[in-house]
Structures are given as C-alpha cells and as structure tokens.
Design a protein around this ligand. Structure first.
Ligand SMILES: [Cu+2]
Length: 109
C-alpha cells in the first residue's frame, strides 16, 4: 500500500513538472531603473512564467497592484513568477524602486 502511494505520488510529481515546463516563458530585463521591454505581450487565458532579471546596479522590484504581484530582486539576480491565466487586456506594472522611469505593461491577447 505504501509502495503504491509512493508510485502515485511520483507520477503526479512528474506530470506537474512536465506541465510546468510547457508554460510559455516571457522575459523581462530590469536595468538601471529601466524595463526591457516596457510592453510584454503574453498569451491570454494561459498560465505563463515571467523570468525577471535585474542587471542592477541596485535592487529592483517588479510590482503590479492590479495583478497583486511583487518580487524584489537584488542586483544580478534572476527570478521567476508564475501568472495565472489572464483575460485579454492591459495590466500595469512598475519597478517600485524606480517608479519614475520603470513603468511597464503586460498586454494579454
Ligand atoms: Cu513594493
């Protein structure tokens, strides 16, 4: 019984890992308070992964009030955020450490 449970668990873990790998990955570079690109196009109604890299020189913070996402990155760090499927539309985000220059948008279509 234990062995069977372990097998079922392993299969489940494998299938979720495979699903995670199927997610589209969208890349964002944060550098000196600027965003590259400022507009991220993502597929609507699809889970996706945002790979955020902060080239520095200081810390950066990806933040979206509408999407309720926040991610602080030390300089030189790359981190991932997973987004749940979004309806078509435009969603704002910004670099909370550089809001005057770091304003971006995610366009889901
Ligand atoms: Cu913040």
């Amino acid at each position: 019984m234990k062995r069977f449970a372990l097998l079922v668990f392993s299969l489940f873990a494998l299938s979720t890992a495979a699903m995670a790998d199927d997610m589209p990955t969208i890349k964002l570079l944060m550098k000196e308070g600027r965003l590259y690109p400022e507009t991220l196009e993502v597929p609507a109604n699809t889970r996706f992964r945002l790979e955020v890299k902060n080239e520095g020189p200081g810390a950066a913070e990806f933040e979206s009030l509408e999407l309720k996402k926040e991610l602080v990155l030390a300089p030189g760090v790359t981190r991932n955020l997973v987004f749940f499927p979004m309806k078509p539309g435009t969603y704002k985000f910004f670099d909370d450490f550089h809001p005057e220059t770091g304003q971006g948008r995610i366009v889901a279509k």
